[in-house]
Design a protein. Structure first.
Length: 283
């Protein structure tokens, strides 16, 4: 017997959504939230900086890169409007995060998979804030041998590509190749929003009809197949979460804008170009 396809909806950037991205002259930077991006080890902070730039460009009022003490120079040499917030050791990371009082956190881009990275992720998950979990964070939560807290905030967003999703729900891949069903199963397991990357990006959540964010009508989105592109997307999502967007909406809007930035730039796109295209879309 044939299995029916899951019901989905096609995401569209409506006028209301474009208006939600604007800023009011009556509001100050704190109205638009503080987005924190957790950096990986020294020498591996480029992914965090790309995510931070994405969060800043999409309108978070403040953006910080949280790093170890030995990575201060690396980040400070390349960041201006984005703050560098070092912590003395993993043991003090929780207190450091509390003092910063972010509204949303991004963790995973080039985070690493070692014990210290596990400790950082465990602390972030225990805070229960809206969190974008990308890359290495997804690999870590997929490892059943690692004792990590559950994702406590349903507005959090996982951003897997196919390989990462396969690690998270291998048993579901054994039963279906339907991208929507896979995203739904991952959302049910994680208890939060899942953005399953691809030309037909699927946004799923435990309590909502999945949405498809399509790039099929655009000409240049194949150029998103470049190092760091996903880090910028994670930053877009985190910036919107910090601004108060719900997780499902943040994921869908970020995916749509990510596609549009690539299309607007065209051939030769690299990750650093993506955030710089956003102002052109907002005109």
């Amino acid at each position: 017997m044939a299995t029916s396809k899951p019901i989905t909806k096609i995401f569209e950037m409506t006028d209301d959504r474009w208006r939600a991205l604007t800023k009011s002259g009556e509001a100050h930077k704190h109205r638009y939230g503080h987005a924190a991006v957790v950096s990986g080890p020294v020498g591996q902070g480029g992914a965090a900086r790309l995510a931070a730039r994405g969060a800043l460009r999409i309108g978070a009022g403040l953006v910080s890169v949280i790093c170890s003490q030995d990575a201060i120079a690396e980040h400070a040499a390349q960041l201006n409007a984005i703050m560098v917030k070092p912590y003395p050791s993993v043991d003090y990371f929780g207190d450091h995060l509390t003092s910063m009082n972010p509204q949303a956190i991004c963790i995973g881009p080039n985070l690493g998979l070692g014990a210290s990275s596990q400790g950082l992720l465990s602390t972030v998950l225990s805070f229960g804030l809206p969190t974008c979990l990308d890359a290495d964070a997804i690999t870590l939560i997929s490892d059943a041998s690692i004792d990590l807290p559950a994702i406590a905030n349903s507005q959090s967003v996982l951003t897997p590509h196919e390989g990462e999703l396969r690690r998270f729900i291998p048993e579901v891949f054994a039963t279906t190749s339907c991208r929507v069903s896979l995203a739904q199963a991952a959302a049910a397991k994680a208890g939060c929003v899942v953005l399953f990357k691809g030309p037909e990006t699927v946004i799923a959540a435990p309590d909502q009809t999945p949405a498809i964010v399509s790039s099929r009508s655009l000409q240049n989105t194949s150029w998103l197949a470049t190092a760091g592109s996903g880090d910028v997307l994670a930053g877009f999502i985190t910036g919107l979460l910090a601004r108060g967007f719900r997780g499902f909406e943040a994921a869908a809007v970020a995916a749509d804008l990510h596609f549009r930035c690539a299309d607007a730039f065209g051939s030769g796109l690299i990750a650093e170009d993506i955030p710089e295209m956003l102002p052109k879309l907002f005109i």
